[in-house]
Design a protein around this ligand. Structure first.
Ligand SMILES: Cc1ncc(COP(=O)(O)O)c(C=O)c1O
Length: 389
């Protein structure tokens, strides 16, 4: 008997990421332009790194506040006041080891073995993966794409609710589609959750990356006291801090005491020097963030213009996040296609299949890179598309 077969079933059967397979294959190729993962090509800005350095050099190497440094929780509260126009008590926030950790804790807090959790699909696969590990069945509810873009079908969402459903994981702006919800949909989802006694796990990590007039609509705009809402978020995207593994959750003050306990029994908290960097990001990072959002808009427009010039490519123009999710005539097996693209175009894309069955046939490009790279990569892709299959 192999040792693996003696492991817990859920651990053994946790899906291997399709993205890992292609990035492991392509990352060693000279000159490859990697657009498969969801991150900017910039290193974290100096003022954030300096704050972390300073803290580390000052000897901040001890156990620290599990829920997060009080100054960081206050900085999160100030950030929400500035960007969302909401006054939120600092104690409603807890600091986690990245957005993924926040999602895991939100799942642990709301569901367990035999329960179900709904999510919109195509979707970043980690929610479903984490649910499966916890013995929770993640049930995909397909977003619908038509000539006006992607849509959330509320009737389908309600039809997917069963007596076992505990939560709805709601990600907008969406990775991978770039779809952004409107306020009416948020109100309707909240109404559904109230009616059926469900939790909403609100993943709004891209809410400032929105290409409308202002930030994306948020549950913060429509929530009322007593709503079963847990927000999960991260420093990764806004401030180019993917490698730091720092994020946050927000419930109410009472919930955050429970979340603090969950932190105790998972990571036991985030290193103080990382938290000092995170404070600098929140306090001094608005200008950087503004530049990043403007950049995402310009690179989105460039990618859409270059790839849109081909009559063999179809996509809905993303209204948020920093991904282009597109179809190419003839691509039916997206896993196969991304390997061919690495070999022939030297560009790294994520296969749509990695975002669930509803993503098959699509390819995902992260365009949050330098404009020269976006231009070069899209040019190479356009040549590949012209020749495919
Ligand atoms: C929709 C969504 N939520 C959450 C995360 C998690 O972010 P991280 O774990 O890097 O902080 C990501 C990362 O790609 C994401 O795309």
């Amino acid at each position: 008997m192999s040792l693996t077969s003696a492991l817990r079933r859920e651990a053994r059967l946790a899906p291997v990421s399709d993205l890992e397979a292609i990035s492991n294959y392509g990352r060693v190729k000279p000159g490859l332009i990697p657009m498969w993962s969801g991150e900017s090509d910039l290193t974290t800005p100096d003022f954030i790194r300096d704050a972390a350095h300073k803290s580390l050099n000052a000897g901040d190497t001890f156990y620290t506040w599990q829920a997060g440094l009080p100054e960081l929780r206050q900085a999160l509260s100030d950030f929400h006041r500035r960007h969302f126009g909401k006054v939120i008590d600092a104690e409603e926030f807890v600091v986690t080891s990245g957005g993924m950790h926040a999602i895991t804790l939100a799942l642990q807090a709301t569901s367990g073995h035999g329960d179900e959790a709904l999510y919109l699909s195509p979707a970043w696969p980690n929610f479903a993966g984490a649910a499966g590990l916890a013995g929770v069945t993640a049930v995909p509810v397909p977003l619908i794409e038509n000539e006006d873009g992607w849509h959330c079908d509320l009737e389908r969402l309600e039809a997917a609710i069963t007596p076992r459903t505990r939560s709805i994981f709601f990600n907008s702006p969406s990775n991978p589609t770039g779809w952004t919800t409107d306020l009416d949909t948020l109100r309707a989802v909240l109404k559904l959750a109230r009616k059926h006694g469900l939790w909403i796990i609100a993943d709004e990590v891209y809410s400032l990356f929105h290409f409308g007039e202002t930030r994306a609509p948020s549950f913060l705009d429509v929530e009322e006291v007593g709503d079963r809402l847990i927000y999960v978020n991260t420093f990764s995207k806004n401030w180019a801090m993917t490698g730091w593994r720092v994020g946050w959750m927000r419930g109410n003050v009472e919930l955050s005491r429970t979340f603090e306990n969950l932190i105790q029994y998972s990571s036991s908290g985030v290193a103080e020097f990382l938290q000092r960097g995170a404070i600098a990001a929140l306090d001094d990072g608005d200008e950087f963030l503004k530049e990043q959002i403007a950049h995402a808009r310009t690179s989105r427009d460039m990618a859409c213009r270059i790839l849109g010039a081909s009559n063999r490519v179809q996509f809905s123009v993303p209204t948020g996040a920093f991904y282009l999710f597109f179809k190419v005539d003839g691509v039916t097996d997206s896993n196969k296609a991304v390997f061919d693209i690495v070999d022939k175009a030297n560009v790294g894309l994520a296969p749509g299949r990695g975002f669930g069955e509803a993503g098959e046939g699509y390819l995902r490009m992260c365009f949050q890179r330098s404009l020269s790279q976006v231009e070069e990569a899209c040019g190479r892709l356009a040549s590949w598309i012209a020749r495919y299959p």
